[in-house]
Design a protein around this ligand. Sequence first.
Ligand SMILES: [Zn+2]
Length: 64
Amino acid sequence: MMYKIKSCPRCQVGDVFGSSDEYGAYEQCFQCGWVNYGDKVLSQKEAEAEKLEAVGSKDRRGRR
Ligand SMILES: [Zn+2]
């Protein structure tokens, strides 16, 4: 478990700890309750859709 003293972006003085649950890794502030799921908030379904979209746009860009 990661632990960052006084690195909360919301309250500035809160201690942030990193952990993970069924939705993926996240950071949370002890003092104000701020939670950051980073870029891993996506569900499996959304992740799949995102992947397809990324491939599509990349392909489109490559042809131009
Ligand atoms: Zn905080």
